[in-house]
Design a protein around this ligand. Structure first.
Ligand SMILES: [Zn+2]
Length: 247
């Protein structure tokens, strides 16, 4: 016997699929922060930062910490897909509102995001799979551990507390089979480099945060620009990994 068909009004176009309408979520239950997470995911997808379902974003709002779901097409998520977690509990994830679609999972980046909320009082944390920091880190530290040293770039001004005459070092940590296994090495890198708000994961991507989502996004854009500059300057034969300078 054919499966009973739901009336069209009960179906919803959800990430390209016609599915039963999820449990109703009112406008009151979808704070603007969830919509902002979705908007930023679309922007970051366009930049190549969250392609192939990778990467992620979280923002601390009045109602809690808003986190994009794991392993989905980030550019297609809607506010009801965003998880909300207790912003006062930073030693483990406490979900206060799960995604309306129960097949969605909390981001695997959550323990890494929580490092920045717990240790740096961050207002937002991004995880980018952009190619530029991956390439720049490979040039700076072929072993997969070390620092990406930068000097002589105007865009350094976009980093918290930095000027364009400073030497800035971003820590590079080795990748692991699972995202959560990066947690401890990220903590060590953060304590050794507490003057910067980002950690690069070799062959993988970048975690970057800020006191607000605007500062996190600004710093993410500046680091991406700087990493791309390193790659292009290296290609031109004028970047020195030892000093981070343009020759
Ligand atoms: Zn990742």
């Amino acid at each position: 016997m054919a499966a009973p068909r739901l009336p069209a009004a009960e179906l919803v176009d959800y990430q390209g699929w016609r599915r039963p309408r999820p449990a109703p979520v009112t406008v009151v239950q979808i704070p603007d922060t969830a919509a902002l997470v979705c908007e930023l995911c679309r922007q970051f997808y366009a930049l190549g930062w969250v392609s192939g379902t990778g990467g992620g974003i979280s923002i601390r709002g009045d109602e809690g910490i808003f986190v994009a779901p794991s392993g989905v097409q980030k550019e297609r998520i809607v506010p009801a897909d965003v998880f909300v977690l207790d912003k006062h509990v930073l030693d483990r994830p406490v979900i206060t509102r799960a995604a309306a679609d129960t097949s969605l999972r909390l981001s695997e980046c959550q323990p890494l995001f929580w490092n920045a909320y717990r240790l740096r009082d961050a207002g937002a944390v991004l995880h980018s799979h952009s190619l530029w920091p991956v390439l720049a880190a490979r040039l700076a530290a072929p072993s997969g551990r070390g620092v990406l040293r930068l000097h002589g770039f105007e865009m350094l001004k976009g980093l918290r507390g930095k000027g364009n005459t400073e030497v800035v070092e971003f820590p590079i940590i080795a990748n692991t089979p699972h995202e959560a296994e990066l947690t401890e090495s990220m903590v060590s890198a953060m304590s050794e480099h507490n003057d910067v708000d980002a950690v690069i994961v070799a062959g993988h991507g970048l975690y970057v945060w800020g006191r607000s989502w605007i500062e996190a996004k600004t710093q993410a854009e500046c680091i991406d620009w700087l990493a791309r500059a390193v790659v292009e300057y290296h290609r031109a034969g004028v970047w020195a990994a030892a000093t981070g300078e343009v020759r």
